[in-house]
Design a protein around this ligand. Structure first.
Ligand SMILES: Nc1ncnc2c1ncn2[C@@H]1O[C@H](COP(=O)(O)OP(=O)(O)O)[C@@H](O)[C@H]1O
Ligand SMILES: [Mg+2]
Length: 265
């Protein structure tokens, strides 16, 4: 059996680049030949759109797997994308029902963890694109992850959320350690990715110094620059690791993603 690797990209703040990082990381893994599963865990379905799958083509969201006890099976209930080695459990508005499920059924966190475990046994790597907000849904994503990476911009309201996520990951790890020994690695905060960086500005330098002083080696370098290529690739529904492989941002992404992979080995 493979060592399950489930990676969440998370921040309780929206609009910080989580989806762009998740989709391009998953694409990078697939390009390297790793069998990769992208899970869209945000009812907005942004990553489902960005990989060109389309919200309207989603038959089973994670909600359906949990609510109807659907078995996750690669190529059957887990769908391939147009890109080699990259599969998806997509999202659309129906995923919002997960919040009700969590409030009705206490074991939803464990069941999400079990579901992800079954998925992880069929793939080399599973990537969860998380929604914003400190919610049950994000507790579930931490619960089911082996590695949590925070995505942040250099703005203070985005950086401020890092401590909250760090505490949540620690608390959830302790709860799991006390209650289960399923052989699935305990969630750990494994890195912080700084993105949408406006280069050569005092604001970025200050933010980087501040982050390094507090979080040390958790900070992954280099920072991902803010570029129009990112926005274009989103509007085209093609990950920029595919359509813009030689741009500055793709080259930076590749360095950051290689470091992420080193940290999850
Ligand atoms: N490196 C970047 N440079 C420029 N724009 C970006 C970059 N990363 C993301 N964006 C844009 O910022 C917005 C929010 O990004 P997104 O990845 O959807 O964030 P989140 O998932 O955290 O809400 C999107 O419109 C996206 O196209
Ligand atoms: Mg998003």
């Amino acid at each position: 059996m493979r060592e399950p690797k489930v990676i969440s990209f998370l921040n309780y703040k929206g609009g910080v680049g989580k989806t762009n990082v998740s989709v391009n990381f998953a694409t990078h893994c697939a390009q390297k030949g790793l069998e990769t599963l992208l899970i869209d865990w945000d009812p907005q379905g942004d990553s489902t759109e960005y990989v060109g799958f389309g919200r309207e083509n989603v038959e089973y969201t994670v909600y359906d797997f949990l609510a109807e006890n659907i078995h996750p099976e690669k190529g059957v209930t887990i769908r391939p994308t147009a890109f080699e080695n990259l599969s998806i459990i997509g999202a659309n508005a129906s995923l919002k029902n997960v919040e009700h499920l969590v409030s009705r059924q206490e074991d939803t966190f464990e069941r999400f963890r079990d579901l992800l475990h079954e998925c992880a046994n069929q793939f080399d790597i599973v990537v969860i694109d998380c929604p914003p907000a400190n919610s049950h849904v994000n507790i579930a994503s931490i619960f089911a992850s082996t590695h949590v990476f925070i995505v942040t911009t250099s703005s203070s309201d985005s950086i401020d959320k890092i401590g909250l996520v760090d505490k949540m990951v620690g608390d959830i790890s302790s709860v799991i350690a006390e209650n289960s020994s399923d052989g699935f690695g305990l969630p750990q905060l494994s890195g912080i990715v700084l993105t949408m960086a406006v280069e050569n500005t005092v604001g970025l330098d200050v933010a980087q110094e501040h982050l390094k002083a507090i979080w040390g080696n958790l900070i992954i370098e280099p920072a991902i620059p803010r570029t129009v290529a990112a926005a274009y690739s989103v509007s085209e529904n093609v990950p920029l690791m595919v359509s813009r492989q030689n741009t500055k941002i793709a080259i930076r992404y590749r360095k950051v993603f290689e470091e992420v992979l080193r940290r999850v080995k």
